[in-house]
Write a protein that binds this ligand. Sequence first.
Ligand code: GLU
Length: 470
Amino acid sequence: MTITTRFAPSPTGYLHVGGARTALFSWLYARKHGGKFILRIEDTDLERSTQESVDAILQGMDWLGLAYDEGPYYQTQRFERYKEVIQQLLAQGDAYYCYCSKEELEALRAEQMANKEKPRYNGKCRHASCAVELAKHPVIRFKNPAEGVVTIADLVKGNIVIANKELDDLIIARGDGTPTYNLTVVVDDMDMGVTHVIRGDDHINNTPRQINILNALGASLPLYAHLPMILGADGSRLSKRHGAVSVMQFRDEGYLPEALLNYLVRLGWSHGDQEVFSVTEMITYFDLSAVNGSASIFNMDKLLWLNQQYIMNLEPEKVAYHLQWHMAQLGLEVGNGPSLVELVKVQRERAKTLVEMAAISSYFYKDVEAYDDKAVKKNFTADAGNILQQLHDVFAAIVTWEAKVIHDAIVEMAEALSVNMGKLAQPLRVAITGAAVSPAIDLTLALLGKEKTLVRIQNAVMFISNAKNL
Ligand code: GLU
């Protein structure tokens, strides 16, 4: 039997981190067991489903690198199949037409509430031999077993037992013939050979109903794993109020997908006290039995810390790949400067996010348009013009433009002038970057290239001389 999992989002909004964690756990479980991971778009709610949301989900999955082996399947393309199954349930006596009007159902509900009973359909049409009057657009209800219990051997929560008495006959087709959520999920899980349903515990109430329908259809039952909720720092359900919740918003804010995946895998799952997991390690160690049954709290600071770890330690090629997008956001033309891989190597200890990294790297890709006032006051002193001119001339003579050679030239000049390195490095930094902060000056210059270095020093010399003449 091939272990088969699925991620089945409803396209009614962006891909939320909670959904992303469900997708990740399902993906990991399939990968770990050499199984199959399916993406299924549950778009039967025509009013709330949008193409924009479908695109956002696909984009989020792609950005996270959660590749699916099958799909995306769209439930709206499977209506014929659902109809067929509904007909089968009717034919075998496991479903029936219900003609109760809205008013009748409301009155029933009000009566039950008044009697302090749980509101549920009383099964009137199940028992009455109502004539089939299709013109009345009846709904179709599943004939839930009246007796016995349903046991969910949940892989995360343990055994959950629900008495069938608690469940009423749920509607599986609306008056217009369209199928409802519990029916479509069951048909799909059955047809797609899903062996493990891993989903949020907000679906736990649906599970016994789905099991009963699967049994009526003679399908083999999948195993279930219901994942606990993700909460914000204040203990309420994670939402926009707590900050970024959409996967793509994390991209926008400069997170690496590897860092977000690592953060998400630890939300409710642990392996000893290890915090940092490569994707390969996640696949090796992940197991549903180690998933915690209680809710987890989303901690932005920890995610930021992980992001920094990943920026520092991931292959620079991978960081560079994602940095590219952020450079474009700032209108920086990466062809105008050093390779992003080399850039990442000098900047990776200096930024917690890719947004920061792009922002502190702009001078490599575009000319310095203005100098920082404070940096000018402090570093473009009367003798700085002279020092910069001398540096310019020494640099102009360098044949092999490398950090080590540049470093030696600066040290040599500092010694010759009997000043400390900073006296040279700081004005140089302002000349090159416009401000007084950058990676080591020799690395910065090496990366920027000789030609641009010389032009920028010359511009600074001119600026200082003009300022003096004012
Ligand atoms: N479409 C459902 C949702 O987005 C998930 C259904 C399921 O996983 O069974 O909440």
